[in-house]
Design a protein around this ligand. Structure first.
Ligand code: CP
Length: 332
């Protein structure tokens, strides 16, 4: 068996709860490692950086990509991902995040958590676990950020346009979806990460769908500090104008996540917020369409766009595997 080149140890033991918690240099290391691991995966080269290590996957919500990329990724790294549905654990009876953090730390090497359904809850839960855990806490999506998703998104954008993204524009737009009130964490993760990596960001949403104040303020500050721009508009068309990347997706109303019936009624006013072939024409010719998935086909986006030549949703979903392996391999 050929010897593995060891990975840098600078991120060992570090939590990954928001991309804001990591410096640009640390995120660059994660992206470089993801690209190396992707090459090794594609060429069948060994990369078992986590032999005999366990990551606990604690889910308060459903998942396709996140759960499977962590489970497959941990196996490929020589370790094990242990799935726990929160409702089948003692957390459902009120066991504290402190006790959870201490106990799971004594059984394994990282605690990954998805807790994204209610604004004000998931991120603070993770931070409480992290306060008491002695292993890294990894955010598989909370109410504020989805840092594994946006890392994969940045990797996908760089694969398309290279690392020099200055003056490239990303349109992050709300879109109509009848399925459920999707968390606000993906658009928030995008507007806070992309201005740090050279992209100009335009955010579009109907008036009821404002993102959390703290995240909008961070995005403004990040854009000002990095010589990029951040602006908010109230229609998808304006956001798409001249964009290199369009990322239209649905999210819920911050104050109405506990009131889905009324929230759905409000969202019906904005059924015309769909990404279709006409709107794609407003973006640059070489623009790409992205979505974290799952998408409400026929509502958020037409089949023609999501299955069309500008769509990058499947490479984007694939990159969830490589970025998740990178962060696990570097932190665990
Ligand atoms: N994009 C994403 O997080 O997908 P899942 O909800 O399926 O994990």
């Amino acid at each position: 068996m050929p010897k593995l080149t060891p990975l840098p140890k600078t991120l060992r033991g570090k939590d990954y709860i928001e991309t804001k918690d990591w410096t640009v240099k640390e995120i660059e290391l994660a992206l470089k490692t993801a690209a190396d691991l992707k090459k090794k995966f594609k060429t069948g080269k060994p990369h078992r950086h986590l032999p005999d290590k366990t990551v606990f996957l604690f889910f308060f919500d459903k998942s396709t990509r996140t759960r499977n990329s962590f489970e497959a990724g941990a196996t490929q790294l020589g370790g094990h991902a242990h799935f726990i549905a929160a409702e089948t654990s003692q957390v459902a009876h009120g066991e504290s995040p402190k006790d959870m953090g201490i106990i799971l730390s004594s059984y394994g090497h990282a605690i990954a958590i998805r807790h994204d359904l209610l604004p004000g809850e998931g991120n603070s839960y993770m931070r409480k676990v992290a306060e008491h855990a002695t292993v890294p806490v990894l955010n598989m999506q909370c109410d504020i950020d989805h840092p594994f998703q946006t890392l994969a998104d940045l990797m996908t954008i760089r694969e398309e346009f290279g690392t020099k993204l200055r003056r490239r524009k990303i349109a992050v737009s709300w879109a109509y979806a009848p399925s459920y009130a999707k968390p606000m964490s993906v658009p928030q993760g995008l507007i806070t990460l992309m201005p740090r990596f050279g992209l100009d960001v335009v955010l579009a949403h109907p008036p009821e769908y404002a993102l959390m104040k703290s995240e909008v303020e961070y995005a403004r500050k990040a854009a000002a500090e990095n010589g990029t721009s951040f602006e908010i508009v109230d229609n998808m068309e304006e956001a798409f104008e001249g964009a290199d990347v369009v990322y239209p997706k649905s999210w819920g109303i911050e104050s109405m996540f506990q009131n889905p019936k009324d929230a759905l009624e409000i969202s019906k006013r904005y059924k015309h917020w769909i990404c279709d072939e006409q709107k794609m024409k407003l973006a640059k010719k070489e623009a790409i369409y992205m979505h974290c998935l799952p998408a409400d086909r026929g509502y958020e986006v037409t089949d023609g766009v999501i299955d069309g030549p500008q769509s990058r949703v499947f490479p984007e979903a694939e990159n969830r595997l490589h970025t998740c392996k990178s962060v696990m391999a570097l932190t665990m």
